[in-house]
Write a protein that binds this ligand. Structure first.
Ligand SMILES: *[C@@H]1O[C@H](CO)[C@@H](O)[C@H](O)[C@H]1NC(C)=O
Ligand SMILES: *[C@@H]1O[C@H](CO)[C@@H](O)[C@H](O)[C@H]1NC(C)=O
Length: 229
């Protein structure tokens, strides 16, 4: 595939988008691990292991385990890893909804406008259920069927990715609105003769542009007194 030539003032890495992907990626990783741990440590119908049993699972001694009220066999239970895998799948389904618009809230552009996306998401979930509930396939993938309570946990851990990206989108919209307001931007060091940020001056600034655009938000109220002008 031929890539279109890079425009001169186009950033090599879009800092803001990169930051967004890192935040979402961290959430996905945390939710996946949390699903796994939840099953072992706090699920009412799970083994409710003490933390230490989980961290030393490789040296589990059956006699000691039984005294502590569990069996070393819990460490070969397929459910916790199925939960982790399901969170990974479902969180990406929710994340696909985040991708309907770059900066607009999901509540402004609702997903039912995009029936292809909904069809793709439904198909993915159906395939995931197929490999989970069809025994030969489950055996092939090394997973097992989940119960209703476990599914609830999967959805509860996955859905907040929408919230995370909604917050990031809100910040992006605010920054875009702030950047569009002419003459409202001042240099951080109180340098009155700072670079004016008109659209045409952005050439040299752009490699860091996305980050600079965001900085008024990160600084919180610091730059807000400008409003009174
Ligand atoms: C959706 O994600 C792709 C891949 O990360 C990205 O190139 C595209 O700009 C995104 N679309 C929207 C509307 O955010
Ligand atoms: C979304 O917001 C970012 C940051 O404000 C901005 O750089 C980008 O151009 C916006 N994208 C759209 C499609 O408005």
């Amino acid at each position: 595939m031929a890539r279109p030539p890079r425009r001169l003032n186009e950033p090599i890495v879009n800092g803001w988008l990169f930051f967004r992907y890192v935040v979402i990626g961290l959430y996905v990783g945390a939710a996946t691990a949390a699903g796994f741990l939840w099953w072992y440590v706090s699920f009412a119908a799970g083994p409710r292991l003490p933390w230490r049993a989980l961290t030393s699972f490789q040296t589990c001694k059956e006699a000691a385990a039984v005294t502590a009220g569990y069996s070393c066999k819990v460490f070969s239970d397929l459910r916790p890893r199925t939960i982790a895998m399901s969170v990974l799948v479902i969180v990406e389904m929710f994340n696909a909804l985040n991708n309907i618009s770059e900066n607009s809230s999901l509540f402004a552009i609702p997903p039912w406008d995009n029936s292809w996306l909904l069809a793709a998401i439904s198909t993915s979930i159906a395939l995931h259920c197929l490999i989970m509930y069809c025994r030969p396939l489950a055996a092939l993938f090394g997973i097992t069927a989940l119960g209703r309570a476990e599914w609830k946990a999967v959805v509860a851990l996955s859905a907040p990715v929408i919230l995370v990206d909604e917050v990031l989108k809100l910040l992006a919209r605010r920054a875009a609105a702030a950047a569009a307001r002419p003459g409202k931007r001042r240099g951080g060091g109180g340098n009155g003769g700072g670079v004016p940020r008109s659209e045409s001056s952005s050439g040299l600034l752009l490699p860091l542009g996305s980050i600079q655009v965001v900085s008024p938000l990160v600084g919180g109220g610091g730059s807000e007194p400008d409003k009174s002008n």
